[in-house]
Design a protein around this ligand. Structure first.
Ligand SMILES: Nc1ncnc2c1ncn2[C@@H]1O[C@H](COP(=O)(O)OP(=O)(O)OP(=O)(O)O)[C@@H](O)[C@H]1O
Length: 929
């Protein structure tokens, strides 16, 4: 269980359960069956709102999960959260998708049966996100092997491909799935995911040729144009600018802030390679995407016979040739029909191809969990054949939900030996029949109209409907409506009274065209696979789209009926995709459309709460002296004693074979409150002892640890001078670390700073090297920083120092002050200075003269430059001696620091014999080189 122990998780779960119940006033109840007024829509909404405002987006109705889209990232989908929910009893943690996913998985593993999770809700409510999160949950928590990683990757990566071809930006959702999806995840006997299978329903083909304002075509078109490389676009004859394509400009929002087409293109391209698409497949696939775009740009004109001819031939060379004696309107209609058919069937091909890569070839028995992500009830301003199918599908799924819930309730009662009490509820079978009944239902009538000889029109279809189902309580047309409703129904409309409300459908465009022969002969392999020549066989009665849909829905229902259900109902909180905004009106509508009140009524009709005897007794045993602290008999009897003691009335509960059933939430809450109170009184003594014990154990553990550390340290110190060995390694490392950390704050900051941190003996050598490096760096830094101007100043300083040292009061105090050459200039004749400065001064030193009495006088300077030696007085050059005139300079060999300047005889008068003194002269002169 990752970083948490099982006990810790159990502790948490207990707290969560209690926390949720205690805090119910603030955060509402976590299961709607615990609502006192369970039939009140307002109470339902209040509970949902309370929780949503606390970021609690999930609430149960029994085992059904209601989810409200938070429109913000919540920290509840981490791996730690996944681990927390793994294998934990459904009701012991706050409601979560992971609890639903885990429960289905655990029951599947233990009972070896199949499951499905039905996720429904309106566009933007969070269905796709929920199904992705469930898939991720299985990917992370189920056992797997390296070999199975590829299956896992394919399952996860099938999503971006399907989303590219099947999702689009709509006004309600920037990534709206425009098809229904059922995905089976197959597990082997060890519970490892080993394969999958996808069924798709009713891709919204009309979007290929038309988009409403603010909406886009399917993502793949924009991804190809934005992300496809130049060569690919050139090969497909496409330009990068989406504005060039009639099928992409109608919504006027080809670029969307929240969508990164270029990036998504890369993901899709990568996914293709993982899910086993060949380069040929990909080539054909993009060929089709491109030809749909070209198709959209074909324009027709009328010829002299009133037939449509193609105005501009440039597009047509990219697609197959279309020759048809249609008028211009029909030609456009046919063009769009071809585009829709091509795209729709290619999508089906794509799903099949993905299925090929997800298929598990091994024939051993598998169990499955199916995820059904299906569009919710849809009511638009104009509802077409597509909405008719979607709403029919929802009607069927609602029927399934009610039937299965009722069945499950009934079965549980039977199993527990409790008498079944009939539950009043609205059975929507009557509406399903209106749509699907053989010969009499709307779909049969549509089929008949399509297949009968003669031309079928939208109006003839409507007349037939009125004739055959006109007297049905859930069907109305303008002709059949009363005075009041007539105005709201058009002549081409019919209205159905669904379980969720009324929807008016427009009968226009209910008929589809047969496939075109030209497509069956295409060179594109995918198109040839999608349009089979056998379909053109006139002797076969082709299935209409409505019948195809009805049949696929029937088989879906059959698939679902054979499995154990779980439900997730998603709710969209507002129309603006805004976090924290709870739009009461909008949500009330969805609560109705999703059949939640009906479901709650069915779930609550009998009993609000049920629990296994063992669990109930374990929790509440402290409320009865006979069961506290231990009950040794059977749990059922213990519970009986317990509830008798706390005074349950006979109408409040029933005892089944393995569970207690409590009818009203208030009974449970009273028990829970009593338990809280009791806990405070009872818990003190044992709790304190337990707490002290735990504290002592913790303290002892800490002490043992400390002793070990100290022992290690001493051992390290004793052995510190040895070469590195296990005994001293930690100690040495610690010492090194400490010294370096300290040294870091004590390195000299400038060249004059000669301080250095005393190293421990094991680091002496290192320290010495470090010090050298450090000084070298400082010197280098200092030298680099000396400007030419500063250099001159320094030279002057040397002169000044020689001039003033020992002669001028306060000289020593003044040398730390910034140097000002004016001082020098004032004392030494500027001309002299200039003269000397012109040459490179090599050395300056006072000349010591002995007077008659043998006293030294330092009144002159000897300045050595490159070419001359000067004897300088304060204000003037006393003497300039060209080296050329000298016979040489020599030192006395008595180490007395006397320099002898050898002057030729004839210069004798000019140059006084002078002794150049100071011990440093010779040394310094040497250092001049
Ligand atoms: N659990 C969640 N946490 C955070 N954001 C979410 C969550 N669920 C949904 N959303 C946000 O809402 C958006 C719409 O969600 P999603 O695409 O799942 O809706 P949908 O019901 O599948 O819609 P459609 O029927 O149009 O496909 C997401 O793109 C995401 O921004």
């Amino acid at each position: 269980l990752g970083s948490q122990s099982k006990e810790e998780v159990e502790d948490n779960t207990d707290e969560n359960m209690e926390g949720a119940l205690i805090a119910r006033d603030r955060v509402g109840v976590q299961d709607f069956v615990l609502l006192d007024s369970h039939t009140s829509e307002t109470a339902f909404l209040n509970n949902l709102r309370k929780r949503y405002q606390e970021n609690l987006i999930y609430t149960y109705i029994g085992t059904l999960l209601v989810s409200v889209n938070p429109y913000k990232e919540l920290d509840i989908y981490t791996v730690t959260q996944m681990q927390l929910y793994r294998g934990v009893n459904f009701f012991e943690l706050p409601p979560h998708l992971y609890a639903i996913a885990d429960n289905a998985y655990r029951v599947m593993c233990s009972e070896y049966n199949n499951h499905f999770i039905l996720i429904s809700g309106e566009s933007g409510a969070g269905k796709t996100e929920a199904s992705k999160k469930i898939l991720q949950y299985y990917a992370v928590t189920c056992p797997t092997t390296e070999q199975l990683q590829i299956v896992r990757d394919r399952l996860l990566l099938s999503n971006p491909v399907l989303e590219a071809f099947g999702n689009a930006k709509t006004l309600r959702n920037d990534n709206s799935s425009r098809f229904g999806k059922y995905m089976d995840i197959q597990f082997d006997f060890k519970g490892a995911p080993v394969g999958g299978h996808i069924l798709s329903y009713l891709i919204e083909k009309s979007r290929v040729v038309h988009q409403n304002h603010g909406e886009r075509n399917f993502h793949i078109f924009y991804q190809l144009l934005e992300g496809g490389d130049k060569d690919l676009l050139c090969w497909l004859g496409l330009e990068r600018n989406p504005q060039k394509y009639a099928y992409l400009v109608q919504g006027r929002c080809a670029k969307v802030f929240s969508i990164n087409d270029k990036n998504d293109w890369k993901i899709v391209r990568k996914a293709f390679s993982i899910i086993d698409f060949t380069e040929k497949d990909i080539e054909h696939l993009f060929g089709i995407v491109a030809s749909v775009l070209h198709l959209g740009n074909i324009q027709f004109e009328e010829d002299s016979n009133g037939h449509a001819i193609i105005r501009d031939g440039t597009q047509i060379k990219w697609i197959s040739k279309v020759l048809s004696p249609l008028n211009v309107d029909l030609a456009f209609y046919a063009r769009d029909a071809v585009a829709k058919a091509i795209y729709g069937r290619t999508f089906t091909w794509l799903v099949n191809k993905i299925n090929g890569s997800l298929a598990n070839k091994d024939s051993t028995r598998k169990t499955v969990i199916g995820l059904l992500d299906i569009y919710g009830f849809e009511v638009l301003d104009t509802n077409s054949f597509e909405q008719f199918c979607i709403n029919y599908c929802n009607e069927k799924l609602q029927q399934l939900l009610i039937e299965m819930t009722l069945k499950a309730e009934q079965e549980e009662y039977e199993l527990e030996g409790i008498e079944w009490e009939p539950i009043p509820y609205f059975n929507n079978k009557i509406i399903c029949d209106l749509v699907e009944q053989k010969h009499k239902g709307i779909i049969s009538i549509l089929d008949e109209e399509c297949l009968r000889p003669g031309e079928a029109t939208d109006l003839s279809f409507l007349e037939k409907l009125e004739e055959k189902v006109g007297d049905h309580a859930h069907f109305v047309t303008r002709k059949l409506a009363d005075q009041k409703t007539r105005k709201s129904i058009d002549w081409v409309d019919f209205r159905l009274l669904h379980y969720a409300g009324e929807v008016t459908y427009c009968a226009v465009g209910s008929f589809s065209l047969p496939p075109f022969q030209v497509l069956c002969n295409s060179k594109n392999g995918i198109i040839r696979e999608c349009f089979l020549l056998s379909e053109l066989d006139n002797r076969r009665r082709p299935e209409t789209v409505a019948t195809q849909f009805k049949n696929s829905l029937m088989s879906l229902i059959e698939i679902l009926m054979s499995k154990e259900p779980s439900y997730v109902r998603c709710i969209k909180p507002n129309e603006n995709k805004e976090p924290g905004k709870f739009d009461d009106y909008l949500i009330r509508h969805q609560v109705k459309y999703l059949g939640l009140m009906e479901h709650l009524r069915v779930r609550r009709a009998g009993f609000a709460y049920r629990r296994k005897y063992e669990l109930f007794l374990q929790r509440y045993k402290s409320l009865c002296p006979a069961t506290w602290p231990h009950w040794h008999g059977p749990a059922a009897e213990g519970v009986e004693r317990l509830i008798k003691h706390i005074g349950y009335k006979p109408e409040e509960y029933k005892l089944g074979r393995t569970k207690i059933f409590i009818r009203f939430p208030k009974t449970l809450f009273a028990t829970e409150d009593a338990f809280e109170f009791r806990k405070h009184l009872l818990g003190m003594v044992p709790l304190e002892a337990c707490w002290r014990g735990a504290l002592a154990r913790k303290e002892a553990k800490k002490r043992t640890w400390a002793v070990q550390i100290i022992r290690k340290f001493i051992n390290g110190f004793i052995n510190r001078k040895k070469p590195l060995c296990p005994e001293n390694i930690e100690f040495v490392k610690l010492v090194q670390y400490k010294y370096f950390m300290k040294l870091r704050d004590h390195v000299p900051k400038n060249v004059l700073d000669k301080s250095w941190l005393q190293p421990p003996s094991i680091l002496e050598e290192t320290s010495e090297m470090l010090q050298k490096i450090c000084i070298r760096n400082l010197v280098r830094k200092y030298c680099r920083g000396v400007t030419a101007e500063r250099k001159v100043q320094l030279q002057q300083k040397v002169v000044a120092s020689a001039v003033f040292r020992g002669k001028k009061e306060g000289y020593l105090q003044s040398i730390n002050q910034p140097f000002m050459d004016t001082r020098l200039k004032n004392d030494i004749n500027p001309k002299v200075l200039q003269l000397i400065q012109g040459e490179k001064i090599k050395y300056v030193t006072p000349v010591i003269k002995y007077d008659r009495n043998g006293f030294k006088a330092r009144d002159r300077l000897l300045v050595l430059t490159q070419s001359s030696a000067y004897v300088v007085e304060m204000a003037k050059i006393k003497q300039k001696i060209d080296y050329a005139t000298l016979k040489g300079i020599s030192t006395s060999n008595l180490s007395d620091g006397i320099v002898v300047i050898h002057v030729p005889e004839d210069n004798k008068q000019k140059v006084e014999k002078c002794n150049v003194a100071t011990g440093s002269l010779w040394l310094e002169a040497r250092s001049w080189g």
